[in-house]
Design a protein around this ligand. Sequence first.
Ligand SMILES: *[C@@H]1O[C@H](CO)[C@@H](O)[C@H](O)[C@H]1NC(C)=O
Ligand SMILES: *[C@@H]1O[C@H](CO)[C@@H](O)[C@H](O)[C@H]1NC(C)=O
Ligand SMILES: *[C@@H]1O[C@H](CO)[C@@H](O)[C@H](O)[C@H]1NC(C)=O
Ligand SMILES: *[C@@H]1O[C@H](CO)[C@@H](O)[C@H](O)[C@H]1NC(C)=O
Ligand SMILES: *[C@@H]1O[C@H](CO)[C@@H](O)[C@H](O)[C@H]1NC(C)=O
Ligand SMILES: *[C@@H]1O[C@H](CO)[C@@H](O)[C@H](O)[C@H]1NC(C)=O
Ligand SMILES: *[C@@H]1O[C@H](CO)[C@@H](O)[C@H](O)[C@H]1NC(C)=O
Length: 409
Amino acid sequence: MAHRVPRFITDFFVYETAKSVVVKSWSVGIINRVVQLLIILYFICWVFMHEKGHQQRDTGIESAVMSKVKGLGKFNNRVMDVADYVVPSQGGSSFSVITSMVITANQTQGRCPETDPKFKCTTDDECMAKLGSNLGNGIITGTCLNNNNETTGWCEIEGWCPAEDDTVSGKPMKEVENFTIFVKNSIRFPLFNVTRGNFPSSLNQSYIQSCHYDSVDDPFCPIFKVGDILRHINQSFDSITDKGGEIGININWKCNLDYNVMYCNPNYFFTRLDAAFKNSAASKGYNFRFAKYYQSEDGTEHRTLHKAKAIRFEIIVSGNVGRLYSPKCYKAAYVTYGLATVFCDIILLNFHKGADEYKAKKFEEVSGIVSESANNRLYEGSQMSLKALEKRSNDSGTFSIGRQDPSNQ
Ligand SMILES: *[C@@H]1O[C@H](CO)[C@@H](O)[C@H](O)[C@H]1NC(C)=O
Ligand SMILES: *[C@@H]1O[C@H](CO)[C@@H](O)[C@H](O)[C@H]1NC(C)=O
Ligand SMILES: *[C@@H]1O[C@H](CO)[C@@H](O)[C@H](O)[C@H]1NC(C)=O
Ligand SMILES: *[C@@H]1O[C@H](CO)[C@@H](O)[C@H](O)[C@H]1NC(C)=O
Ligand SMILES: *[C@@H]1O[C@H](CO)[C@@H](O)[C@H](O)[C@H]1NC(C)=O
Ligand SMILES: *[C@@H]1O[C@H](CO)[C@@H](O)[C@H](O)[C@H]1NC(C)=O
Ligand SMILES: *[C@@H]1O[C@H](CO)[C@@H](O)[C@H](O)[C@H]1NC(C)=O
């Protein structure tokens, strides 16, 4: 009956089953145990203890940040408070603290000379060549204003006049280094439904009003002194206020929920975010412009233009939590065991003395024997038919080769 079925069908309907071959060899046995030991150590020390491979992790942190700057400073003999120097005022995760400004007061719409050295001229033709430039303080009209005795003049612009002259700049507001930033950060890990805040609710009012963050003495204090932050990132106050800059306050939540959630607290660290451009010749620092508008009695619109150099703070929240997840444990243990077998098989099949004998024992085809004896020995099982080939076979289907075990004789 079997002869009438096409061969590719019989080739397809086969069943492969694993067979254990016990190799009684000291060398392979020792290698096997050493490899198993190494793999177990690797899993315990690296995968479990260091990488927390047995845990399910949630990296999708949800975060809300609120910030508040406090401090009073003096700039150009004017006292500056929070409303003057913090932009924007909402107190989010990104805000700027202005350290110095170029103030151009009483601008109105009109025509006046440029102030930028790029727009110096002696004839109208030079200004005609600069028509449409984006770099001016207004639209270039194409006339060279040269109405005094000097040989060079400035191109005329149409726009807000007088034009800003940003070569005159006041002294930076020194008090910024004593300003404090209060950070309130609330996070949630949706996978485990864990909600935490960056300071314990047990902190009392009087403590919060007087503390300053310190990684050793006051790790839970959510108030950061600008001077301390600059010291942490090794930046001098002058170097950052000179041109402005960008600082990151990183809040990192890395929690192990196998312990009490009480121990889930953030770590803070600070970075100079624009460090890559610190020595850039093209663009250095950070500045921006804003204006305040008012109307005079005769109805003309005036504005005061501010070009501000500022330290921009970015509060960056990151983190992940882990919790014991048993399927990953089992999988890791399973892989561990399998790896030792694979390694020893490679040695046995390729580099060991009795490799050929081992190969013969390990890979066997029993198709012919089974089909020939199938008719009369069907219910005795394949163990019987194997016996013809393997005199040492036993009920467990386990074979032994190599070193003889005296107890089995
Ligand atoms: C503002 O400018 C206008 C003309 O542009 C001038 O008349 C006025 O006096 C100025 N006001 C102040 C306060 O400087
Ligand atoms: C132009 O020069 C003359 C003399 O050389 C002088 O008297 C006059 O004040 C100067 N004008 C200006 C606007 O500088
Ligand atoms: C900052 O505060 C310290 C101590 O309160 C003070 O000695 C120092 O002068 C202050 N710095 C500035 C620039 O005001
Ligand atoms: C998350 O936990 C809070 C209490 O901590 C509980 O009130 C809320 O029902 C939980 N949400 C879910 C989706 O389990
Ligand atoms: C506030 O807390 C601090 C320590 O966290 C403690 O030393 C102080 O006595 C507390 N003050 C009040 C009024 O509870
Ligand atoms: C801080 O910067 C100075 C020079 O800018 C350098 O000599 C010093 O090693 C730096 N310190 C740290 C802790 O990076
Ligand atoms: C199979 O094992 C049993 C006991 O486990 C033993 O009595 C028997 O002799 C073994 N047979 C062979 C062929 O080794």
